[in-house]
Structures are given as structure tokens and as C-alpha cells.
Design a binder for this molecule. Structure first.
Ligand code: NAP
Length: 311
């Protein structure tokens, strides 16, 4: 029986692993991918994490994992299908949870949900058909395939603008299609994007269709103000229209908002005693690496209190 099973090995899960090991908790991190790091693995450059300006996301993931390894954190690969409450806790006894994965089952007194979030899809004609043949959700993974070619990025947030800046370094031309006339991304990113000579923003527009034969060769764009549509020739469409929490396996376990984010304050305490949440799957204002790392630390402090009966 473990003291704590952490589900997910992004910044929140790895930060929690470091704090849990330092607190002497018998901890296991269950991760679904063979490489730790979560969403930062597909981030080309992280420029707002204190002390590490401009660090490559993959390198940052490796550093976080090395830190957890150095403290002796244990990891197991597996995709969690459910978490069962085998025994409810009471004033004298801690609860018993069974974490069920496709690779094994683990019993634990507490659980930390740090499963993060994943990219949204557009749901338009051609999107699924051309995924892997020009449609991508990860510019840092697939951008190199489009060197000296044309690429379109869809979205107006930090990820879309970062992707467009990254792609502009190798592509002949990059279009950013955004549904409004104002970007949501940080000002510093907007300024960099708008200074690039090979980037063109298509404002007030949505992507309606992806076209091609064996690969993407165009997208249809609709101006939402005029209603006009036009085809834009491109070799790639990078979709960067936000994220959704990966919490669908835990709907019976923790209270969520209507979009699936788990409701908890900074303590990470969910509606089920003994179940905690940290990182991008928690309902909160700012989803950044720094807030995920802080969530992991706070949640472990709550776990410690819980295990000694303080909450
Ligand atoms: P986001 O901030 O939610 O932005 C999503 C963008 O996609 C918005 O511009 C939105 O338009 C647009 N959009 C949403 N649905 C759409 C649809 N169906 N069709 C067309 N456009 C659509 O998401 P994100 O950029 O993926 O970032 C996720 C989180 O990670 C954010 O909290 C972000 O701040 C954070 N992040 C931070 C950094 C950094 O600090 N360096 C880097 C990456 C990510 P509207 O603007 O009109 O809503």
C-alpha cells in the first residue's frame, strides 16, 4: 500500500514527486507516455519560467524528471482507466484507493490527479482525413517537415502565436488564421509575430475545410464578418485552438465544472477526501508551468496533512 499515487508526469506530477519524496512518502508516479514532461515536451521554447529564459521544453522536461529521479522517485508506465474507492476513510483510518491501469493495479491511501490537458480539434471536413498528412497539433514535432513550404496556424492564443513564430524560422510563408481581430496571446509574443516579414495574419476568420489529395494543398477560410470564403494554398495546417482537461476517467471521483476541469482551490483538495488535483486539469485562472509546479507542491502539503489526520 502506497501513501500516494501521482497520476501524470508533467510539471505538476513531477513537482509533486519531488515534494513527496522529500517528505518521505511512499510514492509512485503513474505515467501514460514513456517520456515524462507532458505538454512541455512539445513546446519549442519556454521563455517565462523564472531563471531559465528560453529553455527548450523537451530539455526542461528532462531536467524535471532528473530531479525526481535524483530523489529516488518511482515511476510506472500505464494508462489509468479507473480509480476505485475500496474503503472509505474515517477519523481513525485513511481510505484505500485502487488505481487500475492497463499495466497493473496499485493500492494507495491518497491519489493526486495530475493528468493535465490535451489539444482541441476543429471538427471540420478534412481535419481527420489529413491528420499526419499536413494537419498537425504540434508545430515543434512536425514543423521541420515543412521547411521552405507554406504553413497555416489556426488560433490566437499563446500556443498559436508561438507556433507561428517557430514555423516562420523554417517556412517560406506562415499564415495565422484567427477568428477575431485581436490576439489572446501575451503582448511580447504578438509583437514578435507581427514583426516577422514572412507571417501574415488573416483576421476575423475561421478555417472551414482542409483540402488535398494525398497531402494537404489548401484550406478554405471564411471571414466571419463578411461571410466571404476563399481558399488559401498551404502544405500544412497547425491547429492551436486551446486545450481540454484529461479527466474523463475520473467523473465519478471528483466534482468538475461543465468543461471537465476538477474543482479545487490551491490546496488541491477535491470533493473526495484523499483525492487531490494539481496542474492544468484543476479549475483555475492561469495555466502555466509555474502554476502547475506550485500546484504539485501545495497538493503534497495537503496530502501530508491528510495522512496525519489534519484534514
Ligand atoms: P488558449 O489560450 O485557450 O487560446 C485558444 C485560441 O484558440 C484562442 O485565441 C481562441 O480564440 C481560439 N479558438 C478556440 N476555439 C476555436 C475554434 N473552434 N476555432 C477557431 N479558433 C478557436 O489556448 P492555448 O494557446 O492552447 O494555451 C493554453 C494555455 O496554455 C493558456 O492558458 C496559455 O496561456 C498557456 N500557455 C502559455 C504559454 C506561455 O506562457 N509561454 C505557452 C503556451 C501555452 P479567442 O481568442 O477568440 O477565444
Amino acid at each position: 500500500m502506497r501513501d500516494l499515487v501521482i497520476i501524470g508526469s508533467g510539471p505538476a506530477g513531477l513537482s509533486a514527486a519531488v515534494y513527496a519524496k522529500r517528505a518521505g512518502l511512499d510514492t509512485l508516479v503513474v505515467e501514460k507516455d514513456p517520456v515524462s514532461g507532458g505538454q512541455i515536451l512539445i513546446t519549442y521554447e519556454v521563455d517565462n519560467y523564472l531563471g531559465l529564459p528560453g529553455i527548450n521544453g523537451f530539455d526542461m522536461g528532462m531536467k524535471f524528471r532528473e530531479h525526481a529521479d535524483k530523489l529516488g522517485a518511482e515511476f510506472a508506465e500505464g494508462c489509468v482507466s479507473s480509480i476505485l474507492i475500496e474503503k472509505k476513510g474515517n477519523e481513525k483510518e485513511t481510505p484505500v484507493f485502487k488505481v487500475v491501469t492497463d499495466q497493473g493495479e496499485y493500492k494507495t491511501k491518497t491519489v493526486l490527479l495530475a493528468t493535465g490537458a490535451s489539444h482541441n480539434k476543429l471538427g471540420i471536413k478534412g481535419e481527420e482525413e489529413f491528420t499526419g498528412r499536413g494537419v498537425s497539433y504540434c508545430a515543434t514535432c512536425d514543423g521541420a517537415f515543412f521547411k521552405d513550404k507554406v504553413a497555416v496556424v489556426n488560433g490566437g492564443g499563446d500556443v498559436a502565436v508561438e507556433d507561428a513564430i517557430f514555423l516562420a524560422r523554417g517556412c517560406k510563408k506562415v499564415y495565422l488564421v484567427h477568428r477575431r481581430n485581436e490576439l489572446r496571446a501575451a503582448k511580447i509574443l504578438q509583437e514578435e509575430l507581427l514583426s516577422l516579414p514572412n507571417v501574415e495574419v488573416i483576421w476575423d476568420s475561421v478555417v472551414e475545410e482542409v483540402k488535398g489529395d494525398s497531402k494537404v494543398n489548401a484550406i478554405t477560410v471564411k471571414n466571419v464578418k463578411s461571410g466571404e470564403t476563399k481558399d488559401v494554398e498551404t502544405d500544412a495546417l497547425f491547429v492551436a485552438i486551446g486545450i481540454h482537461p484529461l479527466t474523463e476517467s475520473f467523473t465519478d471521483l471528483a466534482e468538475m465544472d461543465e468543461t471537465g476541469y476538477i474543482i479545487a482551490d490551491e490546496s488541491g483538495k477535491t470533493s473526495t477526501p484523499g483525492v487531490f488535483v494539481a496542474g492544468d486539469s484543476r479549475k483555475k485562472r492561469l495555466r502555466q508551468i509555474v502554476t502547475a509546479v506550485a500546484d504539485g507542491a501545495n497538493a503534497v502539503t495537503s496530502v501530508q496533512d491528510f495522512l496525519v489526520g489534519k484534514n
